[in-house]
Design a binder for this molecule. Structure first.
Ligand code: F0G
Length: 463
C-alpha cells in the first residue's frame, strides 16, 4: 500500500507551462550537454528534479513582503526584520546574510579554517566538501555505518557516530576548527539526525573545546522527522524541536533556498559576538556589507517570512508524504531506493539498479541519462562522478560507498500526478535495465577538486 498524500495545504495561483520534448530533441540535448545533467537546458526538461534548491514556489505572504524591501546599503530595515526572524525561529543573536549556502560556507571556512585542518562531519555535501578542500583542509566522515546499508530502516541514518567523532577530535587535536553536522544528511539520502545524537555530538565537541556548526539547509524537515520518530519529542511542535536542535549548536550555515522557501539566499547565524566578529569581515570581502550579504532588501524580507513558514506542520506533512509517495511507487515497481525515503528527495541505489556497470564508468550518471532519455525527467547522479577521490600522484581512484541517483522534489511545485509520471518513467527504465550496455567516461574535467560532476563532459563507452 502506498502512502495517501494529504491534500495540498495551498491553492495554485500562477502556473509555469512545461512541455515534454520529443525524443529527437532529447537526444540533441544530451549530445549538446555532454551527457551531463548540468549541461541540459531547462526548456529541454519536462519534470526537473535536479535540485530542491531555489526551485520552490513562494507564498503570497512572501511576495507581499518583497514589496516592503528596504534597499539601504547599510542598516536596512529588511535586515533587522530578518535578524528578528532568525532570533525568533532559530534562537541566534547574530545573523550574517549571504547570497546562498555555499557563500555562507565560504565566509565561515575562509575565516576559521587553515591548511592542514580536519573537519569532522556526519557527511559533507558536494559544495561543502569543495570548500573544505579549497581551504587546504580535509573532511573526516563520521556518519554511522547504517548510512551505507541501503535497506536498513534505521530512523536516523544521518546520525554522526559519537565514537568516531570523539576519535577524530582526539587524533587531530589543535587541527579541528569546528565540527559540522548536515541536517538532513543530503549525501547519505536526505536522512535525519536525531535530537539525542545532536546533543551527544554537542557534548563531545564541547569536551574537546571545539564549536559545533550545523549545515542546516533542511532543518525543518529534520525537525519534522524528529517529531515523528523520536519518542520524547512526540508532543513538541516542529517549531519547538527546531529551537531545541539549534540549542545544540554554536553556529549554523544555511542555504535558504531549501527549507526556508526562497529562490535565493543564505545565512550564517551564531551565538557569540566573538565568533560574529571573526566571520563578518569575510562577508564584506566576498558578499556585500554585513547587513545585506549579496541580497536585495526584498530578498531579506521574503526570507524572513519563509523562515517562519517553513515550520508549518501542514506544509511539512504534505511535502514529506509527497516525497515518500514517489519513493513507494518506485519501490512497488521494484526500483531499489534508500530506505527510509528521505525528506527532500528519493535516492535510488544506482549501483543496485545497474550492477553490471563498473563504478568507474559512473552508473549513477548512466541512470541520469537513461531516465532523461525515457521521459525527459531530470535527476542527478550522486556517486563516483561527484565523490570519488583521485590520487594526484598515482591517479588511483577511491570510490564512494554509495552510488546514488537523486530525485529532489521542489517545494510546493509539482503535483502527485507529476510524481506518478516520474515513477512510471523510471519503472520503464528499470524493466529494460539489462539492455543498458554502456558506461560513461570523462572527456573533460575542471581543474578544481570537488567540482568535477558540475562541469564534466562525458561520453558513452560500450561495456
Ligand atoms: N549544504 C547542503 C546540505 C546542501 O544541500 C547545499 C546545496 C549546500 C549546503 C549549498 O547551498 O546551493 O545554496 O549554495 N545543495 C543543493 C542540492 C544545490 O541540490 O542539494 P547553496
Amino acid at each position: 500500500m502506498v502512502t495517501r498524500v494529504p491534500p495540498e495545504p495551498f491553492r495554485i495561483k500562477m502556473v509555469e507551462p512545461v512541455r515534454v520534448p520529443d525524443s529527437d530533441q532529447r537526444e540533441r540535448a544530451l549530445e549538446a550537454g555532454h551527457f551531463n545533467m548540468f549541461g541540459l537546458r531547462g526548456a529541454d526538461v519536462y519534470i526537473d528534479l535536479l535540485t530542491d534548491s531555489g526551485t520552490g514556489a513562494m507564498s503570497k505572504q512572501q511576495w507581499a513582503a518583497m514589496m516592503m524591501g528596504d534597499e539601504a546599503y547599510a542598516g536596512a530595515d529588511s535586515f533587522f526584520n530578518l535578524k528578528k526572524a532568525v532570533k525568533e525561529v532559530l534562537g541566534f543573536d547574530h545573523t550574517i546574510p549571504t547570497h546562498q549556502g555555499r557563500a555562507a560556507e565560504n565566509v565561515v571556512f575562509s575565516a576559521l579554517v587553515k591548511p592542514g585542518d580536519v573537519i569532522p562531519f556526519n557527511m559533507p555535501f558536494d559544495t561543502t566538501r569543495g570548500h573544505v578542500f579549497n581551504s587546504g583542509a580535509v573532511p573526516a566522515e563520521c556518519v554511522i555505518d547504517e548510512a551505507f546499508d541501503r535497506a536498513n530502516p534505521h530512523p536516523f541514518k544521518g546520525n554522526i557516530d559519537i565514537q568516531k567523532l570523539d576519535k577524530a577530535l582526539a587524533d587531530n587535536k589543535g587541527r579541528v576548527p569546528f565540527v559540522m553536522i548536515t541536517i538532513t544528511n543530503n549525501s547519505g539520502g536526505g536522512q535525519p539526525v536525531s535530537l539525542k545524537n545532536l546533543r551527544e555530538a554537542s557534548a563531545v565537541a564541547k569536551k574537546h573545546g571545539v564549536p559545533l556548526f550545523l549545515d542546516a539547509a533542511r532543518m525543518a524537515e529534520n525537525a519534522w522527522f524528529i517529531k515523528n520518530r523520536e519518542e520524547e519529542c512526540r508532543n513538541m511542535s516542529v517549531a519547538e524541536i527546531l529551537k531545541a536542535t539549534m540549542d545544540t549548536a554554536d553556529a549554523v550555515t544555511v542555504s535558504c533556498k531549501k527549507d526556508p522557501l526562497v529562490n535565493m539566499g543564505g545565512l550564517v547565524a551564531c551565538r557569540t559576538e566573538e565568533m560574529y566578529f571573526k566571520i563578518v569581515p569575510k562577508v564584506i570581502l566576498y558578499e556585500g556589507f554585513a547587513t545585506y550579504g549579496g541580497l536585495a532588501g526584498r530578498d531579506l524580507e521574503a526570507l524572513a517570512v519563509g523562515l517562519r513558514e517553513m515550520v508549518d506542520e501542514q506544509h511539512l506533512t504534505h511535502r514529506i508524504a509527497q516525497v515518500r509517495y514517489l519513493g513507494e511507487l518506485l519501490e512497488e515497481g521494484g526500483v531499489p531506493c534508500i530506505q527510509p525515503i528521505g525528506g527532500h528527495a528519493v535516492f535510488i541505489d544506482a549501483g543496485a539498479f545497474l550492477p553490471h556497470i563498473p563504478q568507474g564508468l559512473y552508473p549513477a550518471d548512466v541512470l541520469s541519462v537513461e531516465i532523461y532519455r525515457e521521459g525527459a525527467v531530470r535527476g542527478i547522479g550522486l556517486g563516483a562522478l561527484a565523490f570519488e577521490d583521485v590520487d594526484e600522484k598515482t591517479g588511483e581512484r577511491t570510490f564512494p560507498k554509495l552510488e546514488l541517483y537523486r530525485l529532489a522534489i521542489n517545494r510546493r511545485t509539482y503535483t502527485n500526478s507529476h510524481m506518478e509520471y516520474v515513477a512510471e518513467t523510471i519503472v520503464n527504465v528499470f524493466k529494460r535495465r539489462e539492455s543498458i550496455r554502456y558506461g560513461l567516461e570523462l572527456v573533460y574535467e575542471p581543474p578544481v577538486k570537488g567540482m568535477k560532476h558540475f562541469l564534466a563532459h562525458l561520453k558513452p563507452r560500450d561495456l
